[in-house]
Design a protein around this ligand. Structure first.
Ligand code: HOZ
Length: 421
């Protein structure tokens, strides 16, 4: 595979940006090569600057559920751009998108649009603290909720890839209220509530973990989190930045049948533009400024371009019959090929991860047993054969509606060949 142009660009980029990237997960450090630079993307494929073409299962880390440059979204965005990129003032699109989010997530009665998943989670936690008057929060080892200070403790995604689950630059005092529990382990949560019965504002969780590889909740785990939060007067926050509109049109909540008090959305809700949202019970959201005293703001929040992209995406989801059955079918085929190749796979809907370990992966500890070198071998084999997956063993493979039968079959053949390498 020729990578001359990507290599040249990388040499320029590293002089100008830390690691040559604008988000650490884009670096290829853990797979033993330099990043590819992408020139364009269409449907299920991305094309790099050397003209290499790949079937893409990163899908911009989740937003592209209809594939890249989906024509209805591109058309709608082009059109709205003519009316202005940002007003810093109210417009009708915000109401339409808020209404759509509320109609798909029954636990959300009021919503606030923001610009990134990090912002959505950070703001939801602030609202939970404001509402309860409590400081402590529970987060789970290996769950990643963006890069807000108090959540950079035992984090997943790029933190895990870099083997630094806690970030430098975060004063101890900023994380002293962050309590850590083990994913899929009710006892670890119970112990914290027993120790701090009146001090925990909320539990924040990726209800289906997808930033330490995909780890579905074991049966009863989410129900337990719901019940224990209610019992102690804490709020339950679901970080559905990855799972919202992906596992179902009502996210994990509809998929597993457990509602949150507050929900953070991102990725698909913006259809590929920088847009995220948090929302939930009315009385909690009424604490948010200007109604209440929990302050949160943003110049570009709810800008018409991102909002239009989000509305068009949700419209397309609403107008695509059996969308989640279709994604399920394609993803199940990939899973079967991986299993056939002897890989250890976790899957929830259209999210999959191959772990290179003999252990059943149910939490951070077992996820960490996945062998980095073997993942790297697998990643590079796929890449050399025209399949682009996440350059980290702790990420998900995202399947989209643009992945045709032919794409899936070709991918399965490559995965099956990996077994024989
Ligand atoms: N949260 C995504 C990775 N699991 C991608 C966002 C990023 O860190 O760039």
């Amino acid at each position: 595979m020729k990578t001359n142009r990507s290599n040249e660009l990388y040499k320029r980029a590293v002089k100008l940006m830390p690691g040559g990237v604008n988000s650490p997960v884009r670096a290829f450090k853990n797979v033993g090569r330099d990043p590819l630079f992408i020139d364009h993307a269409k449907g299920s494929h991305i094309y790099d600057s050397d003209g290499n073409k790949f079937i893409d299962y990163v899908c911009s880390w989740g937003p592209d559920i209809f594939g890249h440059a989906y024509p209805p979204i591109i058309e709608a965005v082009k059109k709205i751009c003519e009316k202005g990129l940002t007003f810093g003032a109210c417009h009708e699109g915000e109401i339409i998108l808020a209404q759509k989010i509320i109609s798909h997530f029954p636990s959300v009665q009021m919503v606030r649009l923001v610009n990134s998943g990090t912002e959505a989670v950070m703001s939801a936690i602030r609202a939970a603290r404001g509402f309860t008057g409590r400081d402590k929060i529970i987060k789970f080892e290996g769950c990643y909720h963006g890069h807000c200070d108090s959540l950079l403790v035992k984090g997943g995604s790029g933190l895990l890839t870099g083997s630094v689950p806690d970030s430098a630059g975060v004063p101890k005092s900023f994380t002293e209220h962050t309590l850590i529990a083990r994913f899929n382990d009710e006892n670890s949560v119970a112990e914290l509530f027993e120790k701090y019965p009146d001090e925990i504002a909320c539990i924040i969780v990726e209800p289906c973990a997808a930033n330490m590889g995909v780890i579905p909740p074991k049966s009863g785990f989410l129900q337990y989190l719901r019940e224990v939060s209610d019992r102690y007067g804490s709020l339950l926050i679901f970080d559905e930045v990855i799972t919202g509109f992906r596992l179902s049109d009502g996210g994990t909540q509809k998929f597993y049948g457990v509602n949150a008090d507050l929900t953070a959305l991102g990725k698909i809700v913006g259809g590929g533009m920088p847009l995220a949202a948090y929302g939930g019970r009315r009385e909690v959201m009424e604490c948010v400024s200007p109604l209440g005293s929990v302050y949160q703001a943003g110049t570009l929040s709810g800008n018409p371009v991102a909002v239009t992209s989000g509305i068009t995406t949700i419209n397309a989801i609403e107008n695509t019959p059996n969308i989640y059955d279709e994604l399920e079918k394609r993803s199940a085929k990939l899973e079967a090929a991986m299993l056939g190749a002897g890989l250890n796979v976790n899957r929830a809907g259209s999210l999959l991860t191959a772990f290179f370990t003999d252990k059943t992966v149910t939490d951070y500890e077992s996820a960490c047993t996945s062998d980095r070198n073997k993942y790297s071998e697998y990643f590079n084999f796929l890449l050399e054969n025209g399949i682009y997956t996440a350059p980290s063993k702790f990420e998900a493979m995202f399947v989209s509606l643009a992945h045709s039968d032919e794409d899936i079959e070709r991918t399965c053949r490559v995965i099956e060949k990996f077994k024989n390498v």
